[in-house]
Design a protein around this ligand. Structure first.
Ligand SMILES: Cc1ncc(COP(=O)(O)O)c(C=O)c1O
Length: 369
């Protein structure tokens, strides 16, 4: 494997699940506990306090951290379906697979939904949103993805949040692939709900996710209809306030999540972002030298994913299979981009040496394809 790592260990260059540190892996192996006992309450309260400290520093008392057993989709879905009073609509800014999924969620639950739809390489326009919100008083909430994993595109959260706030609407942000990888001022931008997950830039395992909810909005939300047994946010808030959780949690995954949060506190969010940015630059510079063309212009790129056009005459399957033989897992495109691009993510506990190993393998594989 490119001289790095053990033979049976893959270097994951997909956007989650990610490679975790040995310390996080070892945290899985702690004593079995019952989730109705004080040991679990302590674990849960620790996770909540760390999430607030990391992601709404200085405004911890203005937000609640709702922790769910389930992948990132569970967190996003719980936010979507807890956010609307009867008869109101959600406006989704859709420029990728995950924006599309938010619309599908709202549609499936028969909530009113409208879209401002964009090409997958285009960012939503704040002024167009302002106009739409002025024309549609029934649009109660606006939902957007922070980092569109489809393409690795960063949406303009600050500018969109300012419009949503000025129009007194509720902003729901899917930051599943962004939190701890991109700067985000949740409290300063008055974002009401932010969905995140353990298994991407936080460098935990998949299986636990969370929603950060602004407390003022939480009180309003209590008056909205319950639309799900499992994903009803206010029930989590009420139970978690009592030190418990409504449904059986993946206890061991919570242990590892807690350890991943400890690691993140030690490293610091800003430093993690810098680390990701640095290795993304390493990948991008080398790919440029190799003549591999990115899908997006540099101004739109995230710190953790780069989508590339497949080199001439090379299929995704061939590239993937040859790299996998060398110990590296890349990621395919989605939807209409499936046969055109490949994606390289640099989330997780990866060293620069491992990424250089990947780039060397990539060069070898392309040279012989
Ligand atoms: C932006 C975004 N939202 C939601 C999800 C769904 O997360 P999960 O696959 O963990 O359910 C993903 C997964 O990649 C994502 O990138």
């Amino acid at each position: 494997m490119g001289g790095e790592g053990k033979k049976d260990e893959m270097i994951l260059l997909n956007p989650g699940p990610v490679n975790v540190s040995e310390r996080v892996r070892q945290a899985l192996v702690r004593p079995d506990v019952c989730h109705r006992e004080s040991e679990f309450t302590e674990l849960l309260h620790g996770i909540q306090a760390k999430l607030l400290k990391l992601f709404v520093p200085g405004a911890e008392s203005d937000y609640a951290a709702v922790v769910l057993t389930g992948s990132g989709t569970a967190a996003v879905e719980s936010a979507v379906m807890s956010s609307l009073p009867p008869g109101k609509r959600m406006l989704v800014l859709n420029n990728g697979v995950y924006g599309e999924r938010i619309s599908q969620m709202a549609g499936l639950y028969r909530l009113g939904v409208s879209e401002l739809k964009y090409d997958w390489t285009t960012r939503p326009d704040p002024e167009r949103l302002r106009l739409a919100l002025r024309q549609h008083p029934e649009a109660h909430a606006v939902a957007m993805v922070h980092h569109e994993t489809t393409t690795g595109l960063i949406n303009p959260v600050k500018e969109i949040a300012a419009v949503v706030d000025s129009q007194n609407r509720v902003f729901i942000l899917d930051a599943v692939s962004a939190l701890a990888g991109e700067p985000l001022d949740i409290a300063g931008s008055h974002i009401y709900m932010v969905a995140g997950t353990a298994g991407k830039c936080i460098q935990g395992f998949p299986g636990v996710s969370f929603v950060l909810v602004r407390k003022g909005f939480l009180e309003r939300m209590r008056g909205y209809p319950r639309r799900s047994i499992y994903l009803h946010i206010t029930q989590y808030v009420d139970d978690q306030g009592l030190g418990t959780i409504p449904f059986t949690p993946a206890v061991q995954v919570y242990y590892a999540f807690d350890e991943a949060l400890n690691e993140l506190m030690e490293e610091g969010v800003a430093k993690r972002i810098q680390r990701y940015k640095k290795v993304a630059t390493l990948i991008r510079d080398r790919m440029t030298k190799l003549g591999v063309n990115p899908l997006l212009t540099p101004d739109k790129l995230s710190n953790t994913i780069t989508a590339y056009h497949l080199p001439e005459g090379v299929t995704y399957q061939l590239l993937h299979d040859r790299l996998k033989k060398e110990g590296y897992v890349i990621y395919a495109g989605q939807g209409q981009l499936q046969s055109q691009i490949f994606r390289v993510a640099n989330m997780g506990a990866l060293t620069e040496a491992q990424l250089v190993g990947f780039l060397d393998a990539f060069e070898r594989v392309c040279g012989t394809a």
